[in-house]
Write a protein that binds this ligand. Structure first.
Ligand SMILES: NC(=O)c1ccc[n+]([C@@H]2O[C@H](COP(=O)([O-])OP(=O)(O)OC[C@H]3O[C@@H](n4cnc5c(N)ncnc54)[C@H](OP(=O)(O)O)[C@@H]3O)[C@@H](O)[C@H]2O)c1
Length: 203
């Protein structure tokens, strides 16, 4: 039997991944990483949470879910380097490459490694979007591109790389990430760049 972990499980793609996993006889449990509040101990509360946040209507399948709260602090972001970006700056590409190299050399966050204990395969469909309130707030504070890039960098790129680092540190057997067809590490200052960087690390 296999234990899986899903990040981004409450999203459109993540919910589908969870549904496929819980209906798979070989999967004994599915650890769901979430920034949302998780249920207090107890089967009924856990089943109700899975119904509300994952759209799981079958109580028996919902019992396979173990929801784990991951706070902002648990990602161990370097807030100084995660501040809003100036994507139009002349040195943007150089700066971003330096940021990425530092990120790659930073050990996996301890809280994430701990959560990976006993996990065989990690799935991630965790990603920001233009519809997210934090992206829209950053766009209002800076510009359309900078606001979006700030959250792509933080979630799609940084958090997914940290997740993979933690999976590796905990000896998980595999990691599967839902990316986007257009991802391209060389397309500087675009969403495609951040997805592409993440791929470069994952493969
Ligand atoms: N939908 C598509 O057709 C499609 C196609 C191609 C690629 N993709 C890629 O697949 C991924 C998921 O897409 P989706 O449509 O499922 O997106 P979605 O519905 O917006 O779901 C995104 C997931 O990521 C989580 N998330 C967002 N910001 C976060 C943060 N700061 N910290 C922790 N978790 C965070 C969300 O959690 P909350 O529920 O708490 O907000 C949610 O679980 C994206 O990276 C997207 O680029 C999607």
């Amino acid at each position: 039997m296999v234990t899986c972990l899903v990040a981004g499980a409450t999203g459109a793609v993540g919910q589908q991944i969870v549904r496929l996993l819980v209906t798979n006889m070989a999967v004994s449990s599915v650890v769901v990483l979430t920034r949302r509040a998780v249920p207090a101990a107890g089967e009924a509360a856990a089943v109700a949470w899975a119904r509300e946040h994952l759209g799981l209507t079958d109580n028996e399948l919902a019992k396979k879910i173990i929801a784990v709260h991951v706070s902002e602090a648990d990602w161990e972001h370097d807030d100084a380097s995660m501040s809003a970006l100036d994507v139009m700056a002349r040195d943007f590409a150089v700066r971003e490459q330096a940021w990425l190299q530092t990120l790659l050399q930073t050990p996996a966050p301890a809280a994430l490694v701990q959560v990976m204990n006993g996990v065989d395969v990690v799935f991630t469909a965790m990603g920001s979007s233009r519809a997210n309130s934090e992206t829209q707030a950053a766009q209002a504070a800076t510009s359309y591109h900078e606001g979006f890039a700030t959250w792509l960098r933080r979630v799609d790129c940084s958090q997914n790389i940290k997740l993979a680092q933690a999976a590796r540190a905990a000896n998980a057997k595999g990691l599967v990430r839902v990316s986007a067809m257009s991802s391209n590490a060389k397309q500087f200052g675009t969403p495609e760049q951040y997805w592409g960087w993440c791929e470069s690390f994952h493969t």
